[in-house]
Ligand binder design. Structure first.
Ligand code: SF4
Ligand code: SF4
Ligand code: SF4
Length: 208
């Protein structure tokens, strides 16, 4: 088995909350560190004993105690009356589980929330709470949730890349337009068009 294949197999056993509590940038980076750098297998609190046992079996290692206590299943809930609609939690959520628009109340999509807590520190109003939910009854339920989180995280990353490339493209067009002419009116018009497109894009996003 190549190290890449091994990392994928390890990643398939992880909870996909992307919380970073293992000290890596997400589940796949942790899986890669285990596969390629012999990282310890006991660093995932959301996975708890369940994931530790599966990693140990896959890698033919003895299970060792979890480095930090297992994290109980939980979801975030926004105290909507205190929310000022600053969008900071939306930006922080790796699975797009928060909906809302600027200056409007935000809400968590409970079924999509992994309880990763990444939305808590950026909130200036301290108005996001974590609420315990029932633990998955078996491996099937645990890994169905993980798969949902994996898909939402994948879509989130695709969206970020597409937003960034669209903004970059429009910026390039505006810069090119200003380079091929010395006419100040044309430069101004190109820049205005760029700003107008950016505003339209932001409005469209708010309407989603
Ligand atoms: S769920 Fe586990 S493996 Fe994934 S980022 Fe969090 S601690 Fe790391
Ligand atoms: S809403 Fe908060 S706790 Fe839930 S997945 Fe998004 S960032 Fe994590
Ligand atoms: S970070 Fe806090 S105040 Fe800002 S939109 Fe999210 S919940 Fe509301």
């Amino acid at each position: 088995m190549t190290e890449k294949n091994l990392a994928e197999k390890i990643d398939a056993l992880l909870p996909q909350t992307q919380c970073g509590l293992c000290g890596h940038g997400g589940c796949m980076p942790y899986a890669t560190a285990i596969a390629e750098k012999n990282e310890a297998i006991n660093l995932c609190p959301p996975g708890g004993e369940r994931v530790l046992a599966k990693l140990a079996a896959l890698l033919k290692q003895e299970p060792i105690p979890l480095k930090a206590p297992a994290k109980p299943a939980q979801v975030a809930v926004i105290q909507e009356e205190a929310c000022i609609g600053c969008l900071k939690c939306i930006t922080a959520c790796p699975v797009d589980a928060i909906v809302g628009a600027a200056k409007l109340m935000h809400t968590v999509i409970t079924d999509a929330c992994t309880g990763c807590e990444l939305c808590i520190p950026p909130c200036p109003m301290d108005c996001i709470e974590l609420v315990a939910i029932s633990e998955p009854v078996n491996d099937d339920e645990f890994y169905q949730k993980a798969e949902l989180a994996r898909q939402r995280y994948y879509k989130h990353n695709v969206r970020l890349k597409s937003d960034a490339s669209m903004a970059e493209k429009q910026h390039e067009q505006a810069v090119k337009a200003s380079m091929i002419t010395n006419n100040q009116d044309e430069i101004l018009a190109a820049r205005k068009a760029f700003v107008a497109e950016a505003i339209a894009r932001a409005k469209a996003k708010k309407g989603q």
